[in-house]
Ligand binder design. Structure first.
Ligand SMILES: [Fe+2]
Length: 391
């Protein structure tokens, strides 16, 4: 049976063009904001990219009140607070975020308080807590992975409680996403591989979740094919602008897909492993992806068979189950190629996880929000079994 009900809503304008981040005055003139704060990480502040974007904004006659360049790999509440303070000090009306998921999430969280006032954690953590539209936010991703430039969520680490805080609301989606593949050319092979596997996981999990819809399905399937055709090229030859472009677009499509359809057990295990053993998100997803697919194989056989084709498998002589298994095998082969090309680990033990942590990871994964969208109930003993296999 087809869909009985679904809704699809995207309040982000998306613009793709090589070099677009250096000149988008046309877009700025429509947003009617006079002064901007640029939020980024130390890498882009030092390598000249932030300066180029700043110059582009100023050339259009708009003011850049400052550059906040202290975003760490996993942003924290105190970082968001200093970002808000810098924005207020300089009188910035709105924010341009440049970077990976952490920089964009920092900007999203800061923008809540900048727009509405109040206390970030007390008033706005959780789901659907934002009462009205926020100030415009421009997101310029520098990795092809998280899709944060189009998602309605932000994750910030609370150093006090040692837990990740999440913010989920349609108003958190940036107003404008600028996709400039030139910014991803300098991303090292391993980071390219990890973030690309995060995007692949977004597409596969959103295509097989309990909340799929025809729109997210179409986006996810297109993304899987683009990642299959371009991830290894982008890892092997970082300067390949075409492969970088395709990966950036694929990550964006996958971001829209999973923001609507959600993710599942792979992300649940990855979130737990990131929190407990500090394994980077994309690396953990890459390790867990085939195991999560095996967990769901019996209830998503046809969907995996469809994925197999997008992963380049010739399914003409295979039955549905054979094709579904071939999709999992194709993911394993992709991981093997990435391990060979850039040393991306394919086992937890090679990613710094201790055997004594596996039970806690399994317990935490069962409770993770992503588990509730998985097509099969996430049961402790079974998920522990998969985690042990991945170890
Ligand atoms: Fe992810």
């Amino acid at each position: 049976m087809g869909a009985e009900f679904y809704q699809f809503f995207l309040n982000t304008k998306i613009l793709f063009q090589p070099g677009i981040s250096g000149d988008f005055t046309n877009e700025l003139s429509q947003l009617k904001i006079g002064s901007w704060l640029l939020v980024t990480d130390p890498f882009f502040a030092q390598n000249g990219v932030a300066d180029k974007i700043r110059a582009g904004i100023e050339a259009g006659g708009y003011k850049v009140t400052g550059v906040f360049s202290e975003v760490p790999p996993n942003s924290e509440l105190k970082v968001v607070q200093s970002c808000i303070e810098l924005a207020k000090q300089g009188g910035a009306e709105a924010i341009v975020a440049l970077g990976g998921g952490s920089a964009i999430d920092t900007a999203k969280a800061a923008n809540i308080v900048l727009s509405l006032g109040g206390d970030l954690v007390e008033d706005y953590s959780g789901t659907q807590t934002i009462p009205r539209a926020l100030n415009p936010l421009i997101a310029i991703p520098t990795t092809a992975g998280t899709g944060s430039e189009v998602t309605s969520s932000a994750v910030i680490f609370d150093e006090g409680t040692q837990r990740k805080l999440s913010f989920n609301d349609a108003y958190l989606r940036p107003s404008l996403a600028l996709l400039d593949p030139e910014l991803t050319l300098s991303l090292p092979p391993k980071a390219t591989a990890m973030t690309g596997m995060d995007a692949l996981t977004h597409s596969i999990e959103s295509y097989t979740s309990v909340q799929t819809n025809p729109m997210s399905d179409a986006l996810a399937m297109k993304a899987i094919k683009m990642i299959h055709l371009n991830l290894l090229k982008a890892v092997e030859r970082g300067s390949d602008l075409e492969a970088r472009s395709e990966m950036l677009i694929a990550a964006n499509l996958a971001g829209i897909a999973f923001d609507q359809a959600m993710v599942g057990i792979v992300h649940a295990m990855s979130h737990a492993t990131g929190g407990i053993a500090h394994v980077p998100h994309g690396m953990a997803n890459s390790i867990y992806l085939p195991y999560g697919m095996e967990y769901n194989l019996a209830v998503r056989t046809e969907r995996y068979a469809g994925i197999a084709k997008r992963l380049g498998v010739d399914t003409t002589k295979l039955d549905t189950m054979g094709a579904a298994r071939a999709a999992i095998q194709a993911v394993r082969e992709l991981r093997a190629s990435l391990k060979r090309l850039c040393g991306l680990p394919d086992r937890l033990r090679d990613a710094g996880v201790q055997e004594g942590q596996l039970e806690e990871i399994a317990r935490t994964a069962v409770e993770d929000g992503a588990s509730f969208f998985n097509p099969r109930e996430v049961v402790y003993e079974e998920v522990l079994g998969k985690i042990r296999e991945a170890y």
